[in-house]
Design a binder for this molecule. Structure first.
Ligand SMILES: C[S@@+](CC[C@H](N)C(=O)[O-])C[C@H]1O[C@@H](n2cnc3c(N)ncnc32)[C@H](O)[C@@H]1O
Length: 257
């Protein structure tokens, strides 16, 4: 399973790097990232792990804010890309190829903060990841993770019923969001598209789980849930008409007791 997931990200590494473009998509910038940043709080001089860093734009961002950042990803290609992109900036990040479900190279109580941004929905081993996060955090340290909202998961059992294309925004209008078989926890495969509209070369696995599975697995690993957010766009823009009606992302902050 690990090899299969790794291969997807190796094959998609360049397309994914193109999609993120060092800054994230409009949905990341206008909805998710401000919420994550607020929950992370002051990162200065904190030891922060970016767990599943992709091409590393958040690792670099928080390193610039003064965090001492280690960033891991399953994909060798994405770690190499992250290193190259970081060399071009005046920051330092310790990048490593690693599986967040088996963080053997990291010792107990090593980090103050763990950020795992849009990763846990792509892994089959949620309980192992939470157990590892708990082990490597110091007491009082915290985890902030984000996922696509499981109840409105268009990479899983849900999708928008689409209307006409809005000529002003270039997006199709949403008539309503339809969801069925929410309780069937299973793997879905989806293709993403690049900024230019090209299909990614490989399908990506998304492991749909209920919100209660996420939260109960987190709590069973020993964490205290201290914040849960369903962020709205930070700007009023017709482009985000659909995202003002239902939550696109869910974000949790949890503390190691
Ligand atoms: C949707 S991307 C998010 C990347 C980054 N956090 C961001 O916000 O741009 C998911 C990332 O998780 C990585 N990944 C998937 N399974 C992983 C695992 N078991 N351990 C570490 N990284 C993993 C993928 O290689 C990919 O870079």
């Amino acid at each position: 399973m690990e090899d299969r997931i790794r291969e997807q990200w190796e094959i998609n590494a360049e397309s994914f790097t193109d999609l993120i473009a060092g800054i994230g998509t409009p949905h990341h910038r206008q909805i998710l990232n401000p919420c994550v940043e607020e929950l992370l709080g002051d990162v200065k001089d904190k030891k922060l792990l970016d767990a599943g860093c992709g091409e590393g734009y958040l690792a670099r961002y928080y390193a610039k804010k003064g965090a001492l950042v280690t960033a891991v990803d399953l994909s060798q290609h994405l770690i190499e890309t992250s290193k190259k992109l970081t060399e071009m900036e005046d920051v330092s990040v310790d990048y490593r190829v690693a599986n967040i479900c088996h963080l053997d190279s990291i010792s107990n109580n090593e980090f103050d903060i763990i950020l795992s941004n849009l990763v846990l929905l792509n892994i089959p081993c949620l309980d192992d990841a939470f157990r590892e996060f708990y082990r490597i955090l110091r007491r009082g340290g915290y985890l902030v993770f984000s996922i696509v909202h499981p109840a409105f998961n268009f990479y899983g059992p849900g999708s928008w019923e689409m209307g006409e294309k809005n000529p002003d925004t270039g997006r199709r209008e949403g008539v309503y969001f339809k969801v069925d078989r929410y309780f069937d926890e299973k793997e879905f495969k989806r293709y993403w598209t690049t900024r230019k509209g090209d299909k990614f070369p490989a399908a990506i696995s998304f492991f749909h789980r209920t919100l209660s599975t996420y939260l109960n697995t987190l709590i069973a690993s020993g964490f205290n849930l201290i914040a849960f957010r369903e962020p709205l766009p930070i700007i009023r823009d017709p482009f985000f008409e659909r995202e003002e009606r239902i939550p696109f992302f869910a974000v949790c902050k949890a503390e190691k007791r």
